[in-house]
Design a protein around this ligand. Structure first.
Ligand code: DQA
Length: 146
């Protein structure tokens, strides 16, 4: 369980590479997952990746990590700013949580400045683009190995 990390991506991140590339870059979600699998392998972690556009499906995925994964790396996308349900699900997860945003949400519209998830996250990475996922996994490996 300690070496298992679930990577969870929220709504519209399936369109990475096509969606507002000036903000989110040209790499696709497939590229992100490939990078994360490679970094996880290097770190001795086992990674399972999931993406959904649906809030309830994301809650289900977080619940499914209970007792299975040592940590969750999550980009809740727009639900970051709205979802008490995702926060509650993360609060019911006993492992480590790292929140990732491709863009620097604090530099953008005021409604993106607040994250419900940050209250639960062990770390928050924003504004590093796709590299943020790699940084999150490296930090996660450190957290999981004490
Ligand atoms: C995002 C930032 C959110 O505000 C936005 O709704 C997203 C992506 C990011 O990765 O920068 O969909 O989480």
């Amino acid at each position: 369980m300690a070496g298992i990390v679930h990577l969870i991506n929220g709504p519209n991140l399936n369109l990475l590479g096509q969606r507002q590339p000036e903000i989110y870059g040209r790499e696709t979600l497939e590229d992100v997952v490939r990078l994360c699998q490679s970094v996880a392998g290097e770190l001795g972690l086992t990674l399972a990746a999931f993406q959904s556009n649906h809030e309830g499906a994301l809650v289900d995925a977080i619940q499914a990590a209970r007792g299975v994964a040592g940590g969750i790396v999550i980009n809740p996308a727009a639900y970051t700013h709205t979802s008490v349900a995702i926060l509650d699900a993360l609060n019911a997860f006993g492992g480590r949580v790292i929140e990732v945003h491709l863009s620097n949400i604090h530099q953008r519209e005021a409604f993106r400045h607040h994250s419900f998830v940050s209250a639960r996250a062990d770390a928050v990475i924003a504004g590093c683009g796709v590299q943020g996922y790699e940084l999150a996994l490296r930090r996660m490996a450190r957290l999981l190995t004490g």
